[in-house]
Design a protein around this ligand. Structure first.
Ligand SMILES: [Zn+2]
Length: 167
């Protein structure tokens, strides 16, 4: 019952399977049963070991690009006869390969552009600020830790002047 995207209390499908950019508190409230559950797909940025930098990888863009190229090559080389299905290849068969390849190209370009031009970094810095703000509530920090999240000690045992501005 603890699959990501499924409420462990009532089993409601909460969707968002393909989203990779879920930031915020992993403690979510199910819209159906109104109970709280932990969704580990949500990233609490300030406790991630690599922080913002870890989210700035070009790897997803490269993967999209490689798969896009494979689809387009398949569309080009599909030939005139489909030996697997024993039927002539129609133009619409090729168009499907090109269309999927095209969508993946657009996704790759989008990923590349948002990272390259600092759009993603800007968003992540805002998310990071909210993340620190939440973690400055020691009860929240302790709750995360109790749920198995690796919370830096400065949020669990704040001493002196810290990032929360406490004295
Ligand atoms: Zn529920």
């Amino acid at each position: 019952m603890n699959r990501p995207g499924i409420c462990p209390n009532c089993g409601k499908d909460l969707g968002l399977f393909l989203r990779r950019d879920l930031y915020g508190s992993p403690f979510r409230t199910c819209p159906k049963c109104k109970k709280e559950y932990v969704d580990r797909r949500y990233k609490e940025l300030a406790i991630l070991p690599d922080g913002i930098d870890g989210e700035m990888s070009y790897i997803p863009a490269v993967i999209f690009l490689v798969v896009a190229v494979i689809f387009v090559i398949r569309g080009v080389t599909i030939g005139n006869y489909d030996y697997i299905n024993g039927s002539p290849v129609t133009l619409s068969d090729q168009i499907i390969w090109y269309a999927i390849g095209g969508i993946l190209f657009i996704l790759a370009a989008y990923e590349f552009i948002v990272i390259k031009f600092g759009i993603k970094k800007k968003k992540l810095m805002r998310e990071y600020g909210s993340s620190v703000f939440r973690l400055c509530d020691i009860n929240y920090a302790r709750k995360l830790s109790a749920n198995g999240f690796n919370v830096p000690d400065k949020y669990l045992n704040p001493t002196g002047r810290d990032s929360c501005g406490r004295l």
